[in-house]
Design a protein around this ligand. Structure first.
Ligand code: TYM
Length: 327
C-alpha cells in the first residue's frame, strides 16, 4: 500500500528558508513514492491578530510558492484548508476527546501566548486539535515537519489512539518525519532562536521571495562567534547554523565541507552560504512570478485537489459521525 503523506504551512508572513529546509525540501524527496497531500493552512493563520486581505493574498502566494518550489500539482494534491470545511468540524469533535492537560503541555502555546495569555483567542490554545484534524481527516501515515512541530504530531497520535480506544478503530496513527539535518534552522541575527515568520528583526531570516541582495546582506551579517576554525560544532550555534544550511543545499558531507573551508574564515563561509542560498531561491522566484500572473491556473489546481480529496474526507467523517453517535 502506498503511504499517505500530509503536511502544511501557515500562510502568515513570508515563507523562509527554515520552512523550505525543514519541510518543503523533504516533501519534494518523496513526490514519486508516496500519496502526497500538501495544504496551505489558512485557518491556522487566524489564531493571532491578522489582516483578512493580507491572508487572502498570502494564501494564494503560498500555493504559487509551493508549485514554484517543485511541488508538481500532477504529482500531489495542493489545497487550501478552508476549502474543505470538515477540518473544523473534525477539530471540534477532537477537542472534546482532548484533555486540557495535553494542550497545556504544548511548548509552542507557552511561547506564543506568553504574558498575553488572558487576552488571546482560545483558538491559539486549541490549535493543535485543528492540526490533528488536518492530519487525521486524510488517514495520514507520515507527517514530514521541522523539529518545532514534532510535539504537535505526537499529540495527534495520542488523540487518535484515545479516540480509537473510546469509539473504535477509525483513525490511522500517523508518524512524524523529521529531517536529520536542518530540522531547526536558527535566526541569522540570533542563532539561539529558531528562525520564525513572526520574528521582528530585519536581518533575522531569508524569505524564499526575498530580493537576493537583501538575502546576501542578511547572511553576511549573521551572528557568529570570535573563535577560529570552520567546523561542525553544535556549541557554536551561529556557525553550526550556517554550515547546516550549506550542508543541506549542497548535499555534501560534513568532512568534505570542513576540508573545503580549512584555513578560511567566517567571511568566506558566509559568502559561499549566500551564494548557495541565492542559487536555490532565484529559480523559485522566477517560477513564482510566472505562476502568480496566471490566477486561473492556480484556481484550477485548487479546485481539482478539492474534487480529489472530497471522497477521502467524506469517508473519514462518515466513520467519525457514526462512531460518535451523530448518525
Ligand atoms: P509553520 O507554518 O510554522 O511551519 C511550516 C513548516 O516549516 C517548519 N519550520 C522549520 N523547520 C526548520 N527550521 C525552522 N526554523 C522552521 N520553522 C518552521 C515547521 O516545522 C513546519 O513543518 N502547525 C504548523 C502547520 C500545520 C501542519 C498541519 C503541519 C497545520 N496543520 C498538519 C503538518 C501537518 C505550523 O504552524 O507550521
Amino acid at each position: 500500500m502506498t503511504k499517505r503523506v500530509f503536511s502544511g504551512i501557515q500562510p502568515s508572513g513570508h515563507i523562509h528558508i527554515g520552512n523550505y529546509i525543514g519541510a518543503i525540501r523533504n516533501w519534494l524527496g518523496n513526490l514519486e513514492s508516496r500519496d502526497n497531500i500538501f495544504c496551505v493552512v489558512d485557518q491556522h493563520a487566524i489564531t493571532v491578530d491578522y489582516d483578512p486581505d493580507a491572508l487572502r493574498q498570502g494564501t494564494r502566494d503560498a500555493v504559487a510558492l509551493y508549485i514554484a518550489c517543485g511541488l508538481d500539482p500532477e504529482k500531489c494534491r495542493l489545497f487550501v484548508q478552508s476549502h474543505i470545511p470538515e477540518h473544523t468540524e473534525l477539530a471540534w469533535l477532537l477537542t472534546c476527546v482532548t484533555p486540557m492537560g495535553w494542550l497545556e503541555r504544548m511548548t509552542q502555546f507557552k511561547d506564543k501566548a506568553g504574558a498575553k495569555r488572558e487576552r488571546i483567542g482560545t483558538g491559539l490554545f486549541t490549535y493543535p486539535t485543528l492540526m490533528a484534524a488536518d492530519i487525521l481527516l486524510y488517514q495520514t501515515h507520515e507527517v514530514p515537519v521541522g523539529d518545532d512541530q514534532k510535539q504537535h504530531v505526537e499529540l495527534t497520535r495520542d488523540i487518535a489512539e484515545r479516540f480509537n480506544r473510546k469509539f473504535g478503530e477509525v483513525f490511522v496513527i500517523p508518524e512524524p518525519v523529521i529531517p536529520v539535518v536542518g530540522a531547526r534552522i536558527m535566526g541569522f541575527d540570533d542563532p539561539t532562536a529558531k528562525m520564525s515568520k513572526s520574528a521582528p528583526g530585519h536581518h533575522h531570516s531569508v524569505g524564499l521571495l526575498d530580493d537576493p541582495a537583501k538575502a546576501r546582506k542578511t547572511i553576511m551579517r549573521a551572528v557568529t562567534d570570535s573563535q577560529q576554525g570552520i567546523v561542525f560544532d553544535p556549541a557554536r550555534a551561529g556557525l553550526f547554523n550556517l554550515l547546516s544550511i550549506y550542508q543541506v543545499l549542497t548535499g555534501q558531507g560534513r568532512e568534505q565541507i570542513e576540508a573545503h573551508f580549512a584555513g578560511k574564515g567566517y567571511g568566506d563561509l558566509k559568502k559561499e552560504v549566500a551564494e548557495v542560498v541565492i542559487a536555490e531561491i532565484e529559480p523559485i522566484q522566477q517560477r513564482y512570478r510566472e505562476l502568480i500572473a496566471d490566477s486561473t491556473y492556480i484556481d484550477a489546481v485548487l479546485a481539482r485537489s478539492v474534487e480529489k480529496l472530497r471522497p477521502v474526507a467524506d469517508a473519514t467523517m462518515d466513520a467519525v459521525r457514526r462512531a460518535m453517535g451523530h448518525r
